[in-house]
Design a binder for this molecule. Structure first.
Ligand code: HBI
Ligand code: FE
Length: 293
């Protein structure tokens, strides 16, 4: 989430050294709560039959259907009892090392601001709806909760290898834009998809994107887009498989192998990819055709 987006170098005014700020839940006004309620109602309708069971279960056990922007202290009380995770408020994107340290300590950093009514469908930085509605429900799932902590620990190690941009691809193609097999159907779990009205349909139904079976090295070779729908989505068989593929991996040889392999572009398909669906890339062709003067 950090490519091309503005990340401050020093903690902003009022933030601690770990970049957290008080959420100060009482400061939200009626319009901000109304934006949350509108987005929540629209997305939960859209996600029936599309989001994976663990995500829908998380929405339920965390009582996220209560009206208004969640109070992180109350939300953390419920979440900590389930998997030891807390939700802490930050004013926006935080530096990678800070981000990974929070994840490694089971703290999920969530934006303390919400988009304006005229930004419903796209915004530059993750706001409280993207972070809490998109990311937090799955943190109530014990296996996914372990994966997110393992990712944080791996992220801290990746900084030693100068390989954060490779590991960021793993985050992008799973935590943000991952698909999962469930009872022979593809379902959504990535936060960037479940929090997006358009992409929660596009990622499953549109013939344009590739849908490729997850493979750690394959994902870590593959560039991604930060400004529009993905040209490829990767599909995991289960959260157990994702945890196994990453928490048990010794990333040193993975990084060494990546040095010998070319990066791949988002729409690329390899001969040995296990394809659920080869995309037409029509969405992108039409978009680039429209963009030509
Ligand atoms: N900061 N608040 C916030 N949220 C993120 O998702 C985030 C971040 N900083 C860095 C970051 N993500 C990326 O480096 C990850 O893609 C690894
Ligand atoms: Fe995110």
């Amino acid at each position: 989430m950090s490519d091309g987006l503005h990340i401050h170098e020093t903690p902003p005014e009022g933030a601690g050294p770990d970049w957290t700020v008080p959420q100060d839940w009482s400061h939200y006004d009626a319009q901000e709560h109304a934006v949350w309620d509108l987005l929540f109602a629209r997305q939960t309708a859209q996600l029936q039959g599309r989001a994976c069971e663990a995500y829908l279960r998380g929405l339920d056990v965390l009582s996220l259907s209560r009206p208004g922007i969640p109070d992180f202290a109350e939300l953390s009380d419920r979440l900590t009892k389930l998997t030891g995770w807390q939700v802490v408020a930050v004013p926006g994107l935080v530096p990678d090392a800070v981000f990974f340290d929070h994840l490694a300590n089971r703290r999920f950093v969530a934006g303390n601001f919400i988009r304006r009514p005229d930004q419903l469908d796209y915004l530059e930085e993750p706001d409280v709806f993207h972070d809490v509605f998109g990311h937090v429900p799955l943190l109530a799932d014990p296996i996914y909760a372990d994966y997110m902590q393992a990712y944080g620990l791996g992220g801290l190690r990746s900084l030693e290898f100068g390989a954060i941009h490779k590991l960021a691809r793993l985050y992008w193609y799973t935590v943000e834009f991952g698909l999962i097999e469930e009872a022979d159907r593809l379902k959504l779990f990535g936060a960037g998809i479940v929090s997006s009205h358009g992409e929660s349909e596009f990622a499953l139904d549109d013939p344009s994107p590739n849908r490729i079976a997850f493979d750690l090295l394959r994902v870590m070779r593959t560039n991604y887009r930060i400004d529009d729908y993905q040209q490829s989505y990767f599909v995991i068989p289960s959260f157990e498989a994702l945890l196994k593929a990453t928490a048990e991996a010794d990333f040193a040889p993975v990084y060494a192998a990546l040095e010998t392999l070319d990066d791949l572009a988002p729409p690329d398909v390899l001969p040995d990819d296990r394809l659920f669906k080869r995309g037409t890339q029509a969405y992108w062709r039409n978009k680039t055709a429209r963009a030509k003067p």
